[in-house]
Design a protein around this ligand. Structure first.
Ligand code: FES
Length: 196
């Protein structure tokens, strides 16, 4: 049919001149349909696709962005966590204790636990070091024989008072406040110290 149409219109077109819509009887549906209604329909569908694409993008991006940004605006609560009976700790001994972090979420499970190194320094005085290395946060180990804290990741070493002895750590081990309350040793839990 298209061939017949062309044969019946042999006149060459002037430059820039559009032949106009084909007669309905020779149109290939969906290809040649350039009536104003079809053009409007196509425009509408294009705009609808763009709008739906935009909405999908927003629906995907907003929750992810909120998840990343929300902690920056949320104040971490500070709470005291009991880590054991006072009599359980010997003066001068450094032991590992664990406690729930200050803002565990219901589904956190074991990941809500934070570890620390606790040393009794007197009748009711303690010092508590974060287990996280001040370099990149790896857990440090206490070596009682050498009286040093060692980090297995990049060889960071700390003296028994938490000060840096060697390696890449930029500063001393973070410490938590402690207190004795009703015969229980308590550690003031804060957010996990993030190395800076
Ligand atoms: S994380 Fe401890 S030395 Fe790098």
């Amino acid at each position: 049919m298209k061939q017949d149409y062309e044969n019946t219109n042999p006149k060459p077109l002037a430059p820039g001149h559009h032949p106009g819509p084909l007669p309905t009887d020779v149109r290939e549906p969906g290809v040649w349909d350039d009536t104003p209604e079809a053009i409007n329909r196509r425009k509408f569908l294009t705009q609808l696709s763009i709008a739906l694409g935009g909405l999908t993008g927003v629906a995907l991006v907003v929750p992810v962005a909120a998840f990343i940004v929300a902690p920056l605006f949320k104040e971490t609560p500070i709470v005291w966590r009991a880590v054991g009976d006072l009599n359980k700790f010997k003066v001068g001994e450094t032991v590992q204790v664990s406690f729930d972090d200050s803002s565990p979420v219901p589904w956190a499970g074991i990941t809500a636990k934070t570890a620390a190194w606790l040393r009794r320094t007197g009748d009711s005085s303690f010092i508590c070091f974060a287990v996280n290395c001040s370099h990149l946060g790896c857990p440090v180990t206490w070596l009682p024989g050498a009286r040093l804290f060692m980090c297995p990741c990049h060889g960071g070493v700390y003296y028994e008072d938490g000060k840096v002895a060697a390696g890449p750590p930029p500063h001393s081990l973070f410490t938590y406040d402690t207190r004795v309350n009703n015969g229980q040793v308590e550690v003031r839990a804060t957010g996990v110290p993030i190395p800076t």
